[in-house]
Write a protein that binds this ligand. Sequence first.
Ligand SMILES: [Zn+2]
Length: 278
Amino acid sequence: MPELPEVETARRLIADRALHRRIVAVDDADTFVCRPHAPGELRDALLGRTLTVAQRRGKTMWVETSGVDGSGESGPDLGIHLGMGGRIVVTGPDGAAQEGGGPRRRDAQPRKPEWNRFTLQFADGGQLVLFDKRRLGRIRLDPEVAALGPDAEEVTAAQFRALISRGSIAVKARLLDQSKIAGVGNLLADEALWQARIAPGLPVNRLERKDIDRLYRALQAALKSAGAKGGVHTGDVIVARHPGGSCPRCGAEMVHGTVGGRSTWWCSREQAGWPDAA
Ligand SMILES: [Zn+2]
């Protein structure tokens, strides 16, 4: 499932390849992915415009649009959420395709046309497609971003301390709270907590300042590594998230529980102390 680093690959693809190309047709017929918009509403809002700036905060991505046929007044923001496995496919005028977003499935079946949930057709013959087999992505105009906390990649150490530490919630649940810090999903949270040797169920008011600072550095390093390697599935502890798995660092048994409502794995030795909080 796409977390911040995967969404960033999709954003960068749009920024590099899809901007300033005039939109001449829009397939917005998937009323589930395009809810609450009625069929034709997105088309009417976007025809004749170009995409101008690709933005992202956490896992939320949106693209600013130009005025119709280059007129002065800019258009609505086009919100694109990749859901659990969505990918952005941008094709050039020559039909050459590039992709960004969630990891590509190795055992991919032949792609069905109906998995293209939303399409912008450009005047030059190319297109931008939301490819989403599971149909959990979302396209909507002017998405709400005010409720999101600062982006996990941009949050400062001081902001992080203030956002993480209040209350007695489990630290993993706090990391997953998009209104506090935007962009940390289930795998990234497990990776950062493992790197920092912090029990996922530990109440945040039990964290000392040095623990929070270590977690901040671990999160930043995990984001950087995932961005460079192509996604959060490349994290060091991810291969050990299964029954019988052992810690890649110390060899102790990995244990499993539910923390913050999500399936969670941690090292029984280095992240011990709060198994009951799970
Ligand atoms: Zn360990």
